[in-house]
Write a protein that binds this ligand. Structure first.
Ligand SMILES: [Zn+2]
Length: 131
């Protein structure tokens, strides 16, 4: 799906008119209209605002051009619900919500990652993690 279709779908799902959406993110109704016809694309600052208004990741707004993967544990982030968030509520699309929470990494070091894995998976051989 292209950005223009994603935006239109999200706006309609949230029961917003072009006018109402424009007001929320401080642009003109014409700007919203141009995004939805595909004439122009919102810039990165606007995408961040739209991400907050609709509570979806920027990757989703762009029509999911990237396969997001957690840079820490390698988990595929196929749904926005799996993506970590910054303390202000915006998405951090580099990490899953387990590895990165409230602006902090769950594992400060490889040792704490090991401790966590060992504590939670007692039946998994330790050497699988020491590579
Ligand atoms: Zn992760």
């Amino acid at each position: 799906m292209e950005t223009r279709d994603v935006l239109k779908n999200l706006r309609e799902k949230n029961n917003l008119t072009q006018e109402e959406l424009a007001e929320q993110i401080h642009v003109t109704r014409q700007a919203v209209s141009r995004w939805e016809t595909g004439e122009t694309q919102p810039n990165i600052d606007i995408l961040k605002l739209l991400s907050q208004v609709f509570d979806v990741s920027i990757n989703t707004l762009l029509g999911s051009p990237r396969q997001l993967i957690c840079q820490c544990c390698g988990m595929p982030l196929n749904e926005d619900g799996l993506i970590s968030r910054e303390p202000d509520g915006s998405y951090n699309e580099d990490y899953c919500k387990w590895c990165y929470t409230d602006g902090k990494f769950a594992y400060q070091s490889k040792k704490s990652l090991l401790d966590f894995l060992v504590a939670n998976m007692p039946n998994v051989p330790l050497w699988e993690f020491i590579t």
